[in-house]
Design a protein around this ligand. Structure first.
Ligand code: PLP
Ligand code: MG
Length: 283
């Protein structure tokens, strides 16, 4: 069994951050040590929410406590997402470095949660810059959506080839694997949603039907699912296909339910046995 140290937001109502990642990881057979960066009533997409950001020193303290149990040596991957404040970003980098000192094989997947197409930036000032300047060089895997990819590389993309080139550009600045979780391109059919993954030698693309609505928390579900499959298979193409199959199947069940929030519990069978199966192809 694999163990993941997951440093993300918590929401009481609904699913975002660790509240979107922890259960899907567990259902996929991965053990999770969740550490919270904020504990909010609900995700910020509602426009109002309550509850505290956790002080960076408190987040660091929780991680120190895990280390005092000797448990960081058992961590196979650090998963980080919604930071709350830029100071927590430094705590995440310190945690990733400490985990690697305890287990040199451990991976660091950083989801650069900062914004989305249509919504713009939702992360607090300083966080996008922190991801770009400090997290990119330290991460092994990054999972930007298209909006985040454009910010991180500093330019827009139009065609599919340009998106793939931008993913390689980001990879050249640090992370060995870059997954673009929402690819829109002028030269590709616009009723399909694409994810693209690049590593040092390969680029993979997977396509799913487009669902006509937005789902908050889907990026966090995608990063967690990708990590679970990569840890298990070590195969980028298989991992991308499996991720698309699980995430699309959960989103489809959510759309059918008519509920606003991801149906992670009601549709949990999709995490292990998705009704839709998509295969990634080499680009
Ligand atoms: N965590 C919190 C508290 C949020 O409000 C959001 C987005 O609004 C996220 C995480 C990231 O969500 P997504 O998975 O849609 O990128
Ligand atoms: Mg996201």
């Amino acid at each position: 069994m694999h163990n993941v140290l997951s440093i993300q937001s918590a929401v009481a109502y609904g699913h975002a951050g660790n509240s979107s990642a922890t259960f899907p990881l567990q259902r996929a057979g991965v053990n999770v040590y969740p550490v919270y960066t904020v504990t909010f009533s609900n995700h910020t997409g509602y426009g109002s929410w309550r509850g505290p950001m956790i002080a960076a020193s408190d987040v660091a303290d929780v991680i120190t406590g895990i280390d005092e149990r000797g448990a960081l040596a058992t961590v196979d991957a650090v998963l980080a997402g919604y930071l709350g404040s830029a100071d927590v970003g430094q705590v995440v980098l310190d945690a990733a470095a400490l985990v690697k000192s305890r287990n040199p094989e451990a991976l660091f997947l950083a989801d650069p949660v900062m914004g989305d197409v249509g919504r713009g930036f939702f992360a607090r000032p300083g966080i996008p810059e922190f991801f770009r300047d400090h997290v990119v060089p330290a991460a092994d895997i990054m999972t930007p959506n298209l909006f985040e990819l454009h910010y991180l590389v500093g330019h827009e993309t139009t065609t599919l080839a340009e998106v793939a080139d931008a993913a390689r550009e980001l990879r050249d600045r640090g992370p060995g694997i870059v997954v673009v979780t929402s690819v829109v391109a002028s030269d590709a059919q616009d009723d399909l949603l694409r994810m693209l993954a690049v590593d040092a030698d390969q680029a993979w693309l997977v396509e799913t039907p487009m669902l006509d609505r937005h789902f908050v928390g889907s990026g966090d579900l995608t990063a967690a699912t990708f990590l679970a499959h990569l840890l298990r298979t070590g195969d980028l193409g298989k991992t991308l296909g499996a991720t698309a199959s699980v995430v699309y199947s959960i989103l489809e069940q959510t759309a059918i339910s008519g509920e606003a929030e991801l149906q992670l519990v009601a549709a949990q069978e999709q995490i292990v046995n998705p009704v839709n199966e998509f295969t990634a192809h080499r680009l």
